[in-house]
Design a binder for this molecule. Sequence first.
Ligand code: ADP
Ligand code: ASP
Ligand code: MG
Length: 438
Amino acid sequence: MIVMKFGGTSVGSALRIREVVGIVKSQLINDPIVVVSALGGVTDALIDIGKQAAAGKDVSLQLEQLVKRHYDALNELKLDRGIISEEMDKLGKLIGEIFMLGELTPRNLDLLMSFGERMSARIVAGCMRSFGLDATAYDAYDIGMITTSNFGDADINAYTYQKIRKSLTGKKGIPVITGFLGKSKEGDVTTLGRGGSDYTASIVGAAVGAKEIQIWTDVNGIMTADPKIVKTARSIDEVSYKEAIELAMLGAKVLHPKTILPAVENNIPVRILNTFNPQHKGTLVLNNSGTGSRVTSITYKKHIVAISISSPGRIEVRDFLRRVIDVFAKHDVPVEIISNSKTGVSVTIEERHETVQLMADLRAIGNVEAKSNRARVSLVGNDLLYMPDILQNMYSSLKSIEIEMISSSMSKKNKSVVIEEKYADKAVKRLHTTFFSR
Ligand code: ADP
Ligand code: ASP
Ligand code: MG
């Protein structure tokens, strides 16, 4: 058994969906289970429609476009509209409710986003059937994807694997499962975080004991940098689980950060492949510690805020640090990089967090300065500590770009700098030239 997950671009149009069916057909011998994302751009569009409706705006035009996009795909694939009409009706009703409510609650946002994957799974399964395959669409929560109830970032429970395994055992044909979605014990639809269909694939893979988890996307596997920024980026044949986790955690969008864990725990290889170039071997992620000392990839993460809190001097250093950390814990805002000295502490957080109250609490401890529009740029690799001159080469390639924070801890897997966001692309390109073009 294998799991094959297809991302948004891979199922973005009738043409792409036909390609996907061809790819699945070529691997029937491996007994595939398919996981799909929403059609590319649909999740963003749904969020936008929800926000506008909550603000009392007329969203009928945008909704019509979204509906049309799905019906057009069905028409081109010569499939009956009926396979998604029920979902479409429910979506229309939900948007009406959000409009009446004048608010987009986290629960309604997750329910709203779920329609993207619910429609794509039905369309992809329909297309497979039209090509003679025995395929059935399943909403992940109907086959055991039970999650916690933190909307927008839900996670699985200890018994989720068992439930999924039980549901899928003995199912005939090819299951086509919605990525990204789950349901809480209370019965509310939840989502696993943006880009979470990768995680669905690895959860399902671990549940059924798959021999491989394939993540089909729009690039030739994990590359030495984001090819949208660095045109000369090349794909990497093999990376270890540890490198892949580090890469994903530090911003490489090609994999959702939680994807690797279920694979590691069950020693299942993960392969990243390109639907636009199915012959390319992509990247194999496996339990391989033999990569030696190397820089694997340059990653970046934008939309970061750097916050400095200076100590008023009358508090003991350790008490000061503890109080600062407690404030972030109280507001449930994860700190990413932290750098501490006798006179103060600097941290980075993601921009998406609500910070008004957090800032007020920090100001009660010391002087606070917050800089938004920051980016973190990282060298990710293996045993970086043992690479001579690595920091020197990093600094010299960044040249005039001011480095505001450095994270060069004992970690052997990354070296990161915080800079102004407007220089991020330039920094990634320069680092790539230094570490990969020589
Ligand atoms: P999908 O919709 O298939 O899940 P994503 O857009 O989530 O695809 O992820 C694929 C994208 O990740 C690529 O198009 C690429 O721009 C981006 N990316 C960022 N860093 C890397 C990297 N190191 N290697 C490959 N792709 C990367
Ligand atoms: N459709 C969801 C998103 O855009 C999940 C995914 O694509 O993995 O975030
Ligand atoms: Mg993705």
